[in-house]
Ligand binder design. Structure first.
Ligand SMILES: OC[C@@H]1[C@@H](O)[C@H](O)[C@@H](O)c2nc(-c3ccccc3)cn21
Length: 601
């Protein structure tokens, strides 16, 4: 061919410059356009608009939803780019936030809140590597993860997507980026087991004020973060400085707004925030990857659509997750650039950033799925990593009389809504966007794990509502907690609260009145259990452990010690929220960092 941009021996910078110089305005606008796969008017639009990217939104899965089905789907879209003049490959993106979670049968890790509880950065790196291997094996080179949100108010429906309330803990766990991408300079991105990562959501997504959201029915999600510049820097920007240092390839701004009290400018949408994106992220932090918008997020910027497009792109957005009206977006972007309301230098910088990542991913040389890793999806080796993560994420909050660990010979009475529910222990972003109760994928429930760990399956009685006779048992285990949710749907006030369900309260009351009991809370965030704490002999925060319930059984039965420490402050009441380590008035149920161990047991 003799075309420099197709010469893999040339430096990436040269390939980018050569390709950019060949591109028309239409092709440049196309690269900045990301569409959702289901929104495609026709597959021919991929070449017609020169689309830079497609995504699967949460739960947007191929049929069959199998590893091969994914690779066939992504390759099918990629094939369409061969009809485009320059044959620039698509980059396909998914939310794999705790494993390749849209894919049935994949290894589902604990959500980030549990990884934060593990306090084990090397483990986080290994979970990232497993997720990347399963995602890339199915032909997907880009993962909209990790969330580097710092959860400051657990009434937020995305609290569990955070590693915790302490920016130092979040930063420590960013080893996950190396697991996903490999070396910071991007040299490993062409490997069949690595993906491009996304540091999200820039910035202050976990610091919004309760009741400040004005979009949708959300009460805190997508709201306003009212902080000084110093607090934004220390709490919410610190994780992004680390992500840039680790060479993260993309950054996604937050739906939320920032309102600096010493500004009289009022709240400003992060997707419109030139000072923080151009000025701080790109200029000061030196971020060289590309900035991808959130789903239809630019539409929330006040003003008409043309104003939204130019405001976002001029603020530093490089690619827009439109994701449906991609024809409109493409036309509007072209118009704003042609009119000079978006400088040509801004367009060229955005496209160059996108192309650089595509070259580093090796998509020009190998645009189609490298299926060599397909057999490892959901493999025993991968599940062993998730099992270790589940075990290390368990936080022992109370353990009177050293009730835990259990002995395999003990007769155990198990009850509660989340003892035998794979979907509930996986949580949101699992197979579907919101997740679901029941057996929605392949894995082991906590009860199943306990039955394998006990001396014999008969030594474990299971009665979900605790109505079976309790006599003759040595110890009770009541597994309570939340049903799955994602984003604002999980905001307290949108049909969720921090209370146990009536059924779970009844199960705790029955079992703990009849015998010594350990209560496990399977949830994305602390639950208000203070009024029943004195009835509980032992209490464990299990968070959302994922598909490997064996990991929970491992610490329950002493195969591994409890070592987890709470990544968030456990409140006594909702009135205390937000309550975080370092607050002047600090009187929690359990403090940030609390966790008993059973080392030596
Ligand atoms: O799935 C793509 C992105 C994801 O990466 C972001 O973390 C998350 O904020 C998000 N919300 C929606 C989304 C929200 C409501 C309706 C439809 C879609 C889509 N997305």
């Amino acid at each position: 061919h003799g075309l420099p941009y197709l010469d893999a021996k040339l430096p990436v910078k040269k390939r980018v410059a050569d390709l950019l110089a060949r591109m028309t305005p239409q092709e440049k606008a196309g690269q900045m356009t990301q569409a959702e796969r289901n929104a495609l008017g026709s597959p021919g639009d991929i070449a017609a608009y020169g689309l830079g990217s497609l995504l699967s939104g949460g739960g947007s899965v191929p049929s069959p939803n199998t590893p091969e089905g994914w690779a066939d789907m992504v390759d099918g879209y990629q094939l369409r780019t061969r009809a485009a003049r320059l044959q620039i490959p698509l980059i396909y993106g998914v939310d794999a936030v705790h494993g390749h979670n849209n894919l049935v049968g994949s290894t589902i890790m604990p959500h980030n809140i549990g990884l934060g509880a593990s306090r084990d950065p090397q483990l986080a790196e290994r979970t990232g590597a497993v997720t990347a291997a399963e995602v890339r094996a199915t032909g997907v080179p880009w993962d909209f993860a990790p969330c580097l949100c710092v959860t400051r108010d657990e009434r937020w429906g995305r609290s569990y997507e955070s590693f915790g309330e302490d920016p130092a803990l979040v930063t420590a766990m960013e080893t996950v980026i190396r697991g996903m991408q490999g070396a910071p300079d991007g040299r490993d991105l062409g490997r069949p087991d690595k993906v491009l990562a996304t540091a999200k959501h820039y910035a202050g997504d976990g610091g919004t004020a309760y009741g400040s959201s004005t979009t949708g029915s959300y009460t805190i999600d997508q709201g306003v973060t009212r902080v000084t510049r110093q607090e934004l820097e220390a709490v919410h920007l610190a994780p992004f400085r680390e992500a840039v240092r680790r060479g993260v390839g993309t950054v996604m701004p937050s739906y939320s707004s920032v309102d600096f009290p010493d500004d009289d400018a009022g709240p400003l949408k992060m997707h419109a925030h030139a000072e923080l994106i151009n000025g701080v992220l790109k200029e000061r932090m030196g971020f060289k990857g590309f900035v991808i918008s959130d789903w239809q997020a630019i539409d929330q910027i006040p003003g008409d659509y043309a104003s939204d497009v130019r405001t976002a792109v001029n603020a530093g957005l490089d690619m827009i997750m439109v994701p449906s009206a991609y024809q409109d977006f493409h036309r509007t972007l072209l118009g704003e650039a042609a009119a000079g309301r978006i400088p040509q230098t801004r367009i060229d910088d955005a496209v160059a950033r996108i192309l650089e990542q595509k070259f580093k991913l090796g998509l020009f040389e190998k645009p189609y799925a490298d299926r060599s890793g397909l057999g490892a999806v959901g493999s025993a080796e991968h599940r062993a990593v998730a099992r270790e993560a589940a075990a290390k994420s368990q936080v022992l909050l109370k353990n009177d009389g050293a009730l835990l660990p259990l002995k395999p010979s003990q007769k155990v009475y198990v009850a509660g809504s989340n003892a035998d529910d794979l979907g509930n222990q996986a949580g949101g972003w699992t197979v579907s966007w919101q997740g679901s109760s029941g057996r929605n994928t392949v894995g082991t429930t906590i009860l199943e794990g306990m039955r394998k760990a006990a001396a014999s399956p008969q030594s474990v009685t299971y009665s979900k509502d605790a109505t079976a006779p309790t006599a003759g048992h040595d110890v009770g285990v009541v597994v309570v907690g939340e049903t799955p949710y994602a984003e604002g749907v999980g905001d307290v006030g949108n049909g969720h609260d921090l209370q146990l369900s009536e059924a779970d309260k009844a199960a705790v009351d029955r079992v703990c009145a009849a015998m010594r009991c350990a209560v496990l809370v399977v949830s994305g965030r602390p639950q208000l259990i203070g009024d029943r704490l004195d009835r509980m002999t032992a209490l464990v925060a299990s968070w959302l452990p994922g598909t490997e319930g064996d990991g929970v059984a491992d610490v329950l039965y002493g195969k591994r010690p409890f070592t987890g420490r709470s990544p968030v402050t456990w409140p006594k009441s909702q009135a205390q929220l937000p309550i975080n380590v370092g607050d002047a008035a600090y009187d929690p149920q359990f403090p940030y960092g609390w966790g008993l161990t059973t080392l030596g047991a």
